[in-house]
Design a protein around this ligand. Structure first.
Ligand code: HT7
Ligand code: ZN
Length: 874
């Protein structure tokens, strides 16, 4: 396929102002009648043909202003329908198409999930429902009539507000929904099925009463309570934090069990993967509760950042996604612990986005070309996109940032906007030139900031020399310097140096130094001896910081830094340093040597701990993938695994008594509550048990067995099972069997069980995964199941996916090829696990390449898989 390029953007030749749909639902032969109010676009080419997109549609009839269109007046192809000489005035085009929702395994367009009819139109799914100008800059007002068998689909939902409903002969019924807000077709949705409901109410700041509904599989209503609570909190927060008020009388959420992504922000009718709606103490972990809260908020926040203001084209995806991720992260920070949320978000950013940015799939936050847009719903667009917004706020300050947001929400309301439109609001509000800042949207790759420090004891000055560089990425060899906000402080033996002053007498506002050139320096005055600079506080920019810090400096920061993020970062760096050395030792056949001071520092943290969630983040040492990224090249995943295991065992044995005492002290006292403080306590308790079992299995495993047996909530139960899973033997197998039997009827819980087993870092795991694929609850056709088992093996089990014999690669390649025909989006996502292949040692690299070439050689690959495999090999 030829790439679509940003520079080729042109407005459409026609606009569609109104859409009236009549959808007669039928399992295999749904008929859609679409009446489109069309007019020539003054910004388009006069007299041009009208080319509508279409995919897997059967056209039954077509009329123009009520008169049948002659077969010579239009052409149909596999990708669309062209009206050759449309009138150059407003006209009505009415088409009937037939589609088969049951055969729709791609889960794009109209499909059935466990018998429920539902839709997914972003990015280009509406063309699988009717012929249309399927692009986001075509905005119309929609009226949707849905008709169905009343027994098969008693609930009929659409966008907007309900206007009419009634019964029909032959057991059929109908409902009509109208959405008064013009929207792009990717926000269209309908649902029909047997669904249970829980309801609520929200009164907006201007007094509008909104009826809230959450629809789930009948019988699971009780598990939707937390999602409803999160929705109400999100609606209130968006009013307070951003002045964004809801704009319809109804807001519905429907949970379905077959969904390619997490959720979808369709106007007034969000559709969710049920994994992000359903929760009960017995079935959901604390992490699940937090994810539900974040995703409910994210989709709701799209009502303004995405729906009221949408994207002009798909290159602008970060306009809505980066901004909305930023907003949901802020919401969770306000609802929970800000530092802990920041640490968790940075962990995700580094694991997903940094990995993407350093491999063959690297692309800018706003890409300039794509072959398949579905492959650009990435960590770069979402997570790095959010970091760019966070930097903008840091650079402008909270007040000016708010003024820029207010201007954007008012000026671009109702429009299909671009990143330029967005930045123009902040340039105006601040009076600043943001042209260099806009490079963050255009330039791929993770910048490195190298820092050298020089202390002049006589003058009591500390000089910091910064130098930035961004490595080449595909298609971008030469990089320009970007604007990097570096929040910093200095930790002296007496405490924080405050305020920070330069030798020229300026005060560093908020401790912010902005690096704009390739190299720059800063000299701080009046710095006591033995002070340690604390740089990139709160992870103020998405960069790699290269700062030489000695163990004693790291211990100073870990114990005394006023910035909790950098306290955590210091512990991670210390652990990383030990693991990297251990990898080197193991690869040269010698035994790793660790540092007692590190273990003791962790022990001391536990003795004085008050923020449990923070301490849990410290105890979770860098992952194997973190270590691999740090090494960067010639990676031997077995050496990484063993280095990490060895450090964990060392810490666990060194501070075993403290771990055991902390574990006892943090025991559950009352009934389960998902609140952040209780979740933090459980997280720390599980982390201490994990390290204890790593250091002294004879002590830790019986405790894990007891916790597993007695647990009254999923966090404790799966926490214990995850620990047992790391230790081969009967205790593990017995617990796995008991868990599998107990939750045999609960697919979302079994996903955890699949995932845990797929992540066991042992040679027998690949066979275990193959066996589990025949488990009655497993189906490759269900994206949650596929991701839980195959995805976890490929993405969360580094040593086994990257087995030296290449069997892990061959397994994944087989699955990708098997899935590609049915669900290309899912196949392409799983294939993304190969993205780090070039950084491995040569034997594995060769085996990975063989499998990638085998996939590439397959004829009739989907555009999704073909795009990923081609870029991975380039
Ligand atoms: N905006 C939504 C993206 C999405 C999606 C994209 C492609 C294929 C299927 C999809 N389902 C949802 C979700 C979001 O980011 O809010
Ligand atoms: Zn989103």
């Amino acid at each position: 396929a030829t790439p679509v390029r940003l520079e080729d953007y042109r407005p459409t030749d026609y606009l569609i102002d109104t859409v009236s749909l009549d959808v007669r639902l039928h399992a295999t032969a749904t008929v859609v009648r679409a009446e489109l109010g069309i007019r020539p676009n003054p910004a388009g080419v006069a007299g041009a043909a009208l080319r509508l997109d279409g995919d897997e549609l059967e056209l039954l009839s077509i009329t123009l202003d009520g008169l049948p269109l002659a077969p010579t007046a239009y052409e149909i192809s596999a990708t669309g329908l062209t009206v050759l000489s449309p009138p150059q005035r407003p006209f009505r085009l009415t088409m009937e198409t037939r589609i088969n929702p049951t055969a729709n395994t791609k889960l794009m367009g109209l499909y059935r999930s466990s018998g429920v009819y539902c839709t997914q139109c972003e990015a280009e799914g509406f063309r699988r429902i009717t012929y249309f100008l399927d692009r986001p800059d075509v905005m119309a007002v929609y009226t949707t009539r849905i008709e169905a068998d009343a027994a098969e689909a008693p609930v009929l939902l659409g966008n907007g507000d309900p206007v009419e409903s009634g019964t029909l002969p032959n057991g059929r019924h109908f409902a009509v929904w109208r959405d008064p807000h013009p929207k792009p077709c990717y926000l269209f949705a309908l649902v029909g099925g047997k669904l249970g409901r829980i309801g609520g109410e929200f009164t907006t700041m201007s007094g509008r009463k909104v009826e809230l509904g959450i629809y789930v599989e009948p019988g699971k209503e009780a598990r939707a309570g937390y999602a409803l609570d999160a929705l109400i909190r999100s609606m209130r927060w968006d009013e307070t934090a951003f002045g964004c008020e809801y704009d319809l009388d109804v807001f519905n959420i429907v949970a379905v069990s077959d969904f390619n992504m997490g959720a979808m922000e369709n106007k007034g009718l969000n559709i969710f993967n049920d994994k992000y709606v359903l929760a009960s103490p017995e079935t959901a972990t604390d992490a699940d509760y937090a994810a539900i809260e974040a995703i409910i908020a994210h989709e709701y926040f799209h009502n303004w950042t995405g729906n009221r203001i949408t994207c002009r084209d798909w290159f602008q995806l970060c306009l809505k996604e980066g901004l909305t991720v930023f907003r949901d992260q802020e919401f969770s920070s306000d609802e929970r612990s800000r530092p802990v949320k920041r640490i968790a978000d940075v962990r995700t950013l580094r694991a997903q986005q940094f990995a993407e940015d350093s491999g063959p799939l690297a692309h800018p936050v706003r890409p300039s070309a794509y072959r398949e847009i579905n492959n650009f719903y990435t960590a770069t667009v979402y997570e790095k996109g959010a970091e760019v917004i966070r930097m903008l706020k840091a650079l402008l300050g909270a007040t000016t940032f708010k003024a820029g947001m207010d201007l954007y929400l008012q000026r671009c309301d109702g429009a299909a906007a671009t990143i330029e439109d967005f930045l123009a609001c902040f340039a105006q509000a601040s009076g600043r030139d943001l042209s260099q800042f806009s490079l963050w949207y255009r330039q791929a790759g993770t910048p490195s900031v190298a820092v050298r420090t020089a202390y002049d004891a006589a003058a009591r000055t500390l000089r910091l020399d910064f130098a930035q560089s961004t490595p080449p990425t595909p298609g971008q060899n030469d990089k320009e310097p970007v604007v990097i906000p570096i929040r910093l402080g200095v930790v002296s033996p007496q405490g924080e140096v405050s305020p920070l002053r330069t030798v020229t007498g300026e005060t560093l506002d908020d401790g912010l130094f902005v690096l704009e050139r390739t190299a720059d320096s800063l000299t701080l005055a009046d710095i006591p001896p033995h002070s340690v600079p604390s740089l990139l506080r709160g992870f103020s920019a998405p960069v790699r910081l290269e700062q030489e810090l000695q163990p004693e400096d790291l211990l100073t920061l870990f114990s005394r830094d006023a910035d909790p993020f950098n306290r955590w970062q210091a512990a991670q760096r210390y652990a990383m340093r030990l693991m990297v050395r251990a990898v080197e030792a193991l690869r040269s056949q010698s035994a790793p040597v660790f540092d007692v001071a590190f273990a003791q520092a962790l022990g001391e943290l536990l003795l004085g701990v008050d923020d449990h969630a923070f301490a849990a983040q410290v105890m979770a040492l860098p992952s194997e993938a973190d270590v691999a990224r740090e090494l960067g090249r010639d990676i031997d995943p077995d050496a990484v695994l063993h280095a990490r295991k060895a450090l964990r065992a060392f810490v666990g044995s060194q501070i075993g008594d403290t771990l055991a005492a902390t574990y006892e002290r943090l025991a559950n006292k009352g009934p389960y509550s998902p609140d952040a403080a209780s979740a933090g306590r459980r997280a720390l308790r599980n982390a201490t048990l994990d390290l204890l079992a790593a250091g002294d299995p004879a002590r830790g495993i019986p405790l894990a067995q007891a916790q597993f047996a007695a647990a009254d909530n999923m966090t404790d139960q799966i926490g214990a099972l995850a620990i047992l899973a790391q230790h081969p033997g009967d205790a593990r197998e017995d617990a796995l069997e008991a868990f599998g039997a107990r939750f045999a009827g609960d697919p979302l819980v079994l996903d955890k069980w699949f995932g845990l087993q797929a992540a066991i870092p042992e040679a027998a795991t690949l066979d275990r995964v193959r066996r589990l694929m025949s488990h009655p609850a497993f189906s490759l056709a269900n994206p949650n199941r596929a991701r839980a088992l195959v995805g976890a093996f490929a993405m969360a089990n580094m040593s086994q996916f990257h087995r030296a014999d290449g069997a892990g690669y061959a397994f994944l390649a087989d699955i990708v090829l098997q899935l590609d025909g049915a669900n290309p989006q899912l196949a392409a996502r799983l294939l993304g696990a190969f993205r780090t292949w070039r950084s491995l040692e040569h034997t594995r690299r060769a085996k990975a390449e063989t499998e990638l070439r085998r996939i590439a050689a397959r004829p009739d690959l989907s555009p999704d898989v073909s795009d990923i495999v081609t870029r991975s090999l380039a």
